[in-house]
Design a binder for this molecule. Structure first.
Ligand code: NAD
Ligand code: TYD
Length: 339
């Protein structure tokens, strides 16, 4: 089986490659990534020593390079994760999001169709559904109502994938997952930013009233769901993926949990101005994937958070290197006008 993972040096992609190497010893894996600011080859470095894992530095928007790769390798299965993924960056500048997330997905679809890829899994997000009030859940049938340029670009790419399933009888599924957390998470997102800032004794910039709710899923649970969808999911179907009831939490409570685990004072919390159009609550109904494919989240939120905190404690050089580079000018720009 020849498998392509795009975005393989990013957070979820690298965790997926680790899982596939462990659980599918006969698969030959091509790990593709452009290595943007968010991609880090160290995330999969140890795996590249294996003969059956290779790395390709390719831009998914480069139709010629992608076409060559697909006709040469004749992939059986594609996991498509490459994306611009951070909401705050999409607010500061949106063009790259349309370029990578919409155009890049289209380039992959064209190449996959032409080279007769058997199965394609498009990894998307629950953010395409927009924002919930204090009750209710996102279902696969919930209308798309994205509020950030990031979410809008993901929704557009989802629709192109689903249109290919209808028009060309293309064998793809779309997955929509809640917020992930775990090892190799780039420290611009809430959980790794707050863990590392707290370890450095820096302030934790909590947006708005801190009561926006996210539903958290440990990254390995997400990757296991992706494997099931790849092997047993149905063409043209969307699968929601989400955490357990214990994982739906206001940002304030997640922040308290991080500070408590690190033995740090809550005085480090710094309330700052809110994100524009900040989605109030995400919560997913994942009963379809549970009933059809037998998947459910297995890592309790607190256990996953402890493992994650421990990983950032033992891999200090990984995130210190990131935080000392170009990241600093992004950080200054994003937090400069938040008061
Ligand atoms: P990430 O930002 O950590 O990784 C994205 C990777 O894509 C990076 O390694 C980057 O170098 C690569 N990339 C970007 N542009 C590229 C291009 N033009 N060509 C090739 N590679 C390129 O993101 P992540 O958190 O790992 O998310 C992966 C996927 O999962 C995304 O599609 C995202 O929308 C989706 N998702 C993420 C979450 C989450 O909580 N992180 C939740 C649901 C869905
Ligand atoms: P984030 O990790 O960016 O994921 P998403 O926006 O995709 O859900 O943010 C998670 C939540 O944390 C979101 O409600 C915004 C909030 N947040 C902060 O309060 N402060 C921060 O510095 C960041 C990055 C996020």
């Amino acid at each position: 089986m020849k498998v392509l993972v795009t975005g393989a040096a990013g957070f979820i992609g690298s965790n997926l490659v680790h899982l596939l190497v462990r659980e599918r010893p006969n698969w030959k894996i091509t790990a593709l990534d452009l290595l943007t600011y968010a991609g880090n080859l160290k995330n999969i470095g140890s795996l590249l020593e294996e003969e059956r894992v290779s790395f390709a530095r390719v831009d998914i928007t480069d139709a010629a390079a992608i076409g060559d790769l697909f006709s040469r390798e004749k992939f059986d299965l594609v996991f498509h994760l490459a994306a611009e993924s951070h909401v705050d960056r999409s607010i500061m500048s949106s063009l790259e999001f349309v370029n990578t997330n919409v155009l890049g997905t289209q380039v992959l679809l064209d190449a996959a169709l032409k080279s007769k890829v058997e199965r394609f899994v498009h990894i998307s997000t629950d953010e395409v559904y927009g924002s919930l009030g204090s009750t209710g859940y996102f279902y696969e049938t919930t209308p798309l109502d994205p509020t950030s340029p990031y979410a809008a670009s993901k929704a557009a790419s989802d629709l192109m994938v689903l249109a290919f399933c209808k028009t060309h009888k293309f064998n793809a599924s779309v997955t929509r997952c809640t917020n992930n957390f775990g090892p190799y998470h780039f420290p611009e997102k809430l959980i790794p930013l707050f863990i590392t800032n707290a370890m450095e004794g820096k302030k934790l910039p909590l947006y708005g009233d801190g009561m926006n709710v996210r539903s958290w899923l440990y990254v390995t649970d997400h990757c296991e769901a992706l494997l099931r969808v790849a092997e047993r999911g149905r063409a043209g179907e969307v699968y929601n993926i989400g955490g357990g009831a214990d994982a739906e939490l206001p940002n304030r409570d997640v922040t308290f949990a991080i500070l408590d685990m690190l033995g740090k004072s809550r005085d480090l919390i710094q309330p700052v101005g809110d994100r524009p159009a900040h989605d109030r609550r995400y919560a997913i109904d994942h009963s379809k994937i549970t009933q059809e494919l037998g998947w459910q989240p297995s890592t309790p939120f607190r256990k996953g958070l402890e493992t994650t905190v421990a990983w950032y404690q033992s891999n200090r050089s990984w995130w210190e290197e990131i935080k000392s580079g170009a990241y600093r000018s992004y950080y200054e720009r994003n937090y400069a006008n938040r008061g």
